[in-house]
Design a protein. Structure first.
Lengths: 158, 757
């Protein structure tokens, strides 16, 4: 059961960890890396609660092997705020009640951030289809979609 | 409507106390913690829907290197059937002890048979495979029609109905007047039969726990649930450890919707931790959640409504058969008790039948039973209105329950807000708007109403003033929808301080007094009563302290805007003393300032809602899509409107899923065939429109802030509203859920049939 040594970058910091060859990136994040902001809702890529970015591409970390992080850049919810300054999406989610239980929130924020980086002016329909891979059972998505639209508008105005 | 507008914090969309942790990934949910020396637990589950367990041999598993403990039903405290019920709330421990671990028989695929703790998850899983179970496989039934046949395989031979062994575990009825006589007066009578499929609560966080048991039996449970006190009590019952030795710490809960009101893993992990001497962590997979927890009942309902030509309902009869799953206890009370309650019906019989079958034991799901019953009743209401050529909202108004109406389940209503919800729906921009052009795809509009009992019950709160003059409120209810935000608003309002100075936390079982489950839409209703009384005690103390400092009568001190002020005859003689100043002086003036209140709260009034739904049906693909939705509800008083709307929107989304897609599909072998989010299709973001809310505020006169429960009502009317909209679009009625694309296509492609079964 020899573990594999992986050298990577997580939220802009150089990082090393050991993992089983079969571990997913989500296993590594939640286990040896102790970054439990990414959640496991299904382990099959259906719920999006484990959303992260790999070299700025949005992925489900439960569908990526941890060893694949070697020499790549991973970003998670824990890297979204800069010190004590929230990302505008985080702030807007708070202000607009765009979360209830919070289990999907990490993934929703990471996915929404990835959308706004790609498309700073998404329509409601574009937001809804982009976030279709992130399940939320509490909110009915209404306030989440509104928060993303309003954040996008504010970020464009700045 | 009685809108209260002179508050500073009540009614404001403040930032929720737990929000920052949740948007930054800091929040600790059930699976997010570890303990030194922790090992992992796994459950071996039955592959059979129904089998007698002849023997279990765990010796090979125990010998596997890394395995530290194995438990079976022998380790769980038995509650013998013959000894009678041992109830904890609505749960009978005789069933609970058999649900957490199969005792004599496995009753559904996924029923726990044994549990293993090992140094890694992989070893624990491997050890489960080494456990040898000798099963005598038995015939089984899952669907209601199969389970109530005279020759159906009976799950519990001791259970008798009409004197014979039966899967019907109970019958409940609500009766009013004389239905035979009532139907004779009717000019029109419509009777229909409906079925619904089992649907899961669908919380995104799987069940998980981490438990440590010290050699002296002192137990620490870290888990997410809808009640840490329920976790403590059930674990105590099932393991024999006294409640005083169990500290159940409520983790943040990643959704529950009723499904986390019972335990699955905690007793097993406790016993594994006790046997192994190591902290044990257990986390269900999504597949385990789908196979072995929840869901709510599938159902078969027959509803008959009779009305006169002028639109008065003269009689109604409802028969609701609900699947209980492996053990008695389906929510027939909700189905039989809520479904007709929006209406004043002189002659009524509403019956519920509790049917056991070989699927997982039901767990509560948002207004348990009520949406199932309302689906049937509200669809027949739509048909009767159409036959009478009446607007469906006018028909409801004509028969609406109001103050003084005697509900069939017992109460005579005080001032209620049902009529207000129908009127608000009728005058809503949505109801007046044209349906618009579907470009070849038919569109339709439907309405439906719903009722849920709501609940009070036991709650405890402690409010403490910190040494620097801020506030910490501790309550005993897991916060599932934003109750902490509501509590902060109320406490800040009463004390006259900024809400950000009030920190609201959920205590564990050993630090706050008993508080009943987060369920029944009771949490903000009940906890705000005890928080209000605690805060009022503190204000009294603060007035007394100021009076002592000023050497005047406490009655001559008022509390306003976060400070004590002298009133006549001393008005203006002393500078006000702020909360901070009084906190600073506390050590010299009588000591720490704090107060706790514990109550069994009463006065929770039922809640009513009326919904309007527009659909568009893609006739080529059979996809019914909700294109506009408005939920109107009497919310009593919206303490935090953002999270009240959130309850309405969340309930509507779940109902749309129930109506259009969600269902348990079984294989020929009786196993759930879609135990994951890909094939059990809950609404995703692109499936839904914006969900509009109209909050009608008819304050509850029995509550200090006028609060009514709001969490469950919004699921009740949804399936009927969607079904009625689809009928309006297609001119064809559906009598079975879900109205998923294959089923819609089947009806569209069979144009000669009058209706789909």
């Amino acid at each position: 059961m020899a573990k594999v040594h992986v050298t990577t970058s997580i939220n802009g910091e150089p990082m090393e960890f050991l993992c089983e060859p079969s571990d997913t990136m989500l296993d590594a994040l939640r286990g040896p890396l102790a970054l439990t902001g990414s959640k496991e809702g299904c382990a099959s890529g259906d719920c999006g609660a484990c959303s992260i970015t790999l070299d700025d591409r949005l992925i489900c970390s439960c569908l990526m092997l941890a060893v694949e992080a070697q020499d790549h850049e991973i970003r998670t919810i824990e890297g979204m705020a800069q010190g004590d300054k929230l990302h505008p999406l985080q702030q807007k989610f708070l202000e607009m009640a765009a979360l209830q239980c919070g289990i999907c929130t990490s993934g929703m924020l990471v996915a929404s951030d990835a959308l706004l980086k790609k498309n700073p002016e998404p329509s409601e329909e574009e937001i809804r289809f982009w976030l279709a891979g992130n399940l939320c059972r509490c909110t009915g998505y209404d306030k989440i979609v509104r928060a993303v639209m309003e954040t996008a508008a504010e970020m464009r105005a700045q | 409507m009685n809108l209260v507008t002179n508050n500073k914090w009540i009614g404001q969309r403040t930032i929720r106390p737990d929000g920052m942790d949740k948007v930054t990934g800091r929040a600790q949910f059930a699976a997010d913690t570890t303990m030194p020396g922790m090992i992992w637990g796994k459950v071996l589950r039955s592959p059979h829907p129904h089998a007698r367990i002849r023997s279990i041999d765990t010796s090979k598993a125990e010998k596997l290197p890394g395995v530290r403990a194995v438990v079976t039903a022998r380790d769980i405290v038995d509650f013998p059937i013959a000894n009678g019920a041992v109830m904890l709330g609505i749960q009978d421990m005789r069933w609970m002890c058999r649900n957490v671990m199969a005792r004599d028989k496995a009753l559904f695929p996924g029923h726990p048979i044994a549990a293993v703790a090992a140094t890694t998850e992989a070893i624990a899983a491997e050890a489960c495979k080494l456990i040898e179970v000798d099963y005598e496989v038995l015939p089984w039934s899952i669907e209601i029609d199969d389970a109530i046949k005279p020759d159906a395989p009976v799950l519990h031979e001791f259970n008798k109905f009409d004197g014979k062994p039966s899967n019907i575990a109970g019958r409940l009825e609500h009766k009013k007047g004389d239905i035979a006589g009532g139907f004779k007066k009717a000019d029109i009578v419509i009777e229909r039969t409906f079925t619904t499929r089992p649907v899961h609560q669908g919380y995104i966080e799987p069940h998980a726990c981490l438990i440590s048991v010290a050699p002296d039996g002192k137990t620490t449970i870290w888990s997410s649930s809808q009640g840490q006190f329920m976790v403590r009590a059930m674990t105590a019952y099932l393991t024999g450890i006294p409640q005083s030795d169990i500290r159940a710490i409520p983790a943040e809960i990643g959704g529950g919707f009723g499904g986390k009101t019972i335990v699955y893993l905690e007793p097993l992990a406790t016993l594994l931790a006790k046997k192994s001497g190591r902290p044990v962590k257990m986390v269900m997979t999504r597949e385990e959640v789908m196979r072995a927890t929840g869901p709510t009942s599938g159902s078969k309902s027959t509803v008959k409504i009779g009305a006169t030509k002028d639109g008065k309902i003269v009689a109604a009869h409802g028969t609701f058969y609900l699947q209980a799953g492996a053990f008695p206890g389906s929510p027939i009370r909700g189905a039989a008790g809520c479904s007709f309650t929006p209406y004043d019906i002189p002659n009524l019989l509403s019956e519920g039948f509790d049917v056991c079958s070989n699927r997982s034991k039901v767990a509560a799901y948002r207004a348990p039973g009520a949406p199932i019953g309302a689906y049937a009743v509200e669809c027949v209401m739509d048909e009767v209105a159409e036959a009478l050529k009446m607007d469906p909202l006018d028909f409801r108004l004509k028969n609406a329950a109001k103050e003084g109406t005697k509900a069939a389940h017992g109460p005579v209503f005080p001032r209620i807000g049902y009529i207000e919800t129908v009127e608000a729906a009728k005058s809503s921009p949505h109801y007046a708007a044209p349906l618009g052009d579907g470009h070849g795809n038919p569109r339709g509009r439907g309405v439906a109403s719903g009722f849920w009992f709501n609940a009070g019950g036991e709650s405890s709160a402690q409010v403490n003033i910190t040494e620097d003059g801020n506030v910490v409120v501790t309550t005993g209810h897991p916060d599932i929808g934003g109750s902490r935000a509501g509590i902060a608003n109320i406490c800040a309002e009463l004390l006259g301080i900024d809400y950000r100075r009030v920190s609201v936390i959920i205590g564990d079982t050993q630090t706050i007094g008993f508080s009943n489950l987060t369920g029944g839409s009771r949490v903000l209703f009940a906890s705000s009563i005890v928080v209000t009384q605690s805060t009022e005690k503190i204000i009294q103390t603060l007035r007394e302290r100021a009076a002592k400092i000023w050497e005047i009568d406490p009655e001559a001190v008022k509390w306003e805007n976060g400070a004590a002020h002298p009133v006549s005859p001393n008005a203006g003689q002393f500078e006000p003393l702020t909360l901070e100043e009084l906190a600073e002086k506390a050590p010299a003036m009588g000591g720490p300032i704090g107060a706790g209140v514990q109550l069994n709260t009463t006065g929770a009034d039922g809640g009513f809602g009326t919904h309007v739904c527009d659909v568009e049906v893609d006739v080529d693909l059979g996809i019914a899509r909700v294109i506009r939705y408005t939920a109107v509800q009497d919310v009593g008083r919206a303490i935090h409107p953002g999270y009240v709307e959130g309850q309405l929107q969340g309930g509507v989304a779940q109902g749309i899923g129930w109506a259009l897609n969600e269902e348990y599909i079984y294989t020929r072998e009786g196993k759930v065939d879609n135990p994951g989010f890909l094939d059990y299709r809950m609404p995703v973001c692109s499936d839904l429109p914006m969900l509009d809310c109209i909050m009608v505020e008819v304050p509850n006169p029995k509550h200090p802030q006028g609060v009514k429960g709001v969490g469950e009502v919004p699921l009740v009317p949804v399936m009927a509203a969607v079904a009625n909209a689809i009928y309006n679009a297609l001119g064809k009625r559906f009598y079975a859920l879900p109205m998923s694309p294959p089923k819609v296509l089947e009806v569209l492609e069979a144009p000669t049939r009058e209706a789909a079964e």
